[in-house]
Write a protein that binds this ligand. Structure first.
Ligand code: FE2
Ligand code: FE2
Length: 275
């Protein structure tokens, strides 16, 4: 060990953390898909395994990134992998909904994880262009995306809990309804505020969304801990419980950035303005 070498501080940046977050998510999607295929679908199992290994290797590689230039080169190189896993998910979804394969993957879950791959792909495109700000259109469309995903997580939890867990099933159902309503409200704002300045209604809405997301994050955290301690009866693997918890935490980070961006914009009554 060279004692004269100054200690190298690990390279830290928000974009690298986001990339690492999504690489892990993509890796886990490959595993969940693999576990849900019928044993006879050996080719699909093998493809899912290959994706798992590819994203595990990329995740490992991401920890060696030391500067912005290396991150940009890395972003270029992972875009193809993300595009390929997106195409694989859409292919599997097609096979399921046309009854060409069986297994235990809910079609909506495959659709859900394909949307997450596309979200990651678009995020990489934005990083490449250096465009990470949230104008109003993108604030609202990000809300629509994440609110839909929070409500679907609640629906998947309902579908995988043992029916005897009546209390949890009811709580998860309530979250599903709450987030579906927020998603509808986000869609209303999407059309009302299209190409507009932010208004006070949007600011209030973002606060409501943050409150609800904190609540579902707490619920998922409690569920994750109970599942890990074998204190709740369900078909939910502990890793899946942790996966949906991390996605709620990521949404809370997105909401924080949105709140900061909104503070920099002047809230106005609904009217069009130039961006
Ligand atoms: Fe996911
Ligand atoms: Fe998700």
């Amino acid at each position: 060990m060279d004692i004269f070498c100054p200690q190298v501080k690990p390279y830290e940046c928000v974009n690298l953390k986001r990339v690492q977050f999504w690489l892990r998510i993509m890796k886990e999607h490959a595993l969940f898909m693999k576990l849900g295929f019928a044993c006879s679908d050996e080719e699909l199992i093998c493809q899912a395994e290959n994706f798992y290994n590819e994203f595990a290797a990329l995740e490992k590689k991401s920890h060696a990134i030391r500067c912005d230039e290396e991150l940009m080169e890395f972003v270029e190189c992972i875009m193809l992998a993300v595009k390929n896993i997106f195409a694989f998910k859409r292919h599997v979804l097609h096979l399921i909904i046309h009854c060409e394969i069986g297994g235990y993957n809910y079609p909506l879950l495959i659709d859900h994880i394909s949307r997450e791959a596309m979200y990651f792909y678009k995020l990489l495109g934005k990083m490449r262009e250096g465009d990470m700000k949230y104008p109003v259109d993108s604030i609202v469309s990000d809300n629509v995306f994440w609110l839909r995903h929070m409500s679907e997580h609640a629906r998947f939890i309902v579908g995988l809990l043992d029916p005897s867990e009546r209390g949890f099933v009811e709580q998860a159902n309530n979250f599903a309804v709450q987030f579906e309503q927020l998603q509808l409200q986000a869609r209303d704002l999407d059309s009302m505020l299209w190409h507009s300045c932010p208004n006070n209604d949007l600011v209030r809405f973002e606060k409501d969304v943050t409150t609800a997301t904190n609540q579902i994050r707490d619920f998922k955290k409690a569920a994750r801990d109970l599942i890990a301690a074998c204190k709740v009866i369900s078909l939910i693997p502990p890793l899946l419980a942790d996966h949906v918890l991390r996605e709620a935490e990521y949404f809370l980070d997105v909401l924080e950035v949105i709140q900061q961006d909104l503070q920099c914009m002047e809230p106005q009554p609904i009217q069009t303005c130039d961006y």
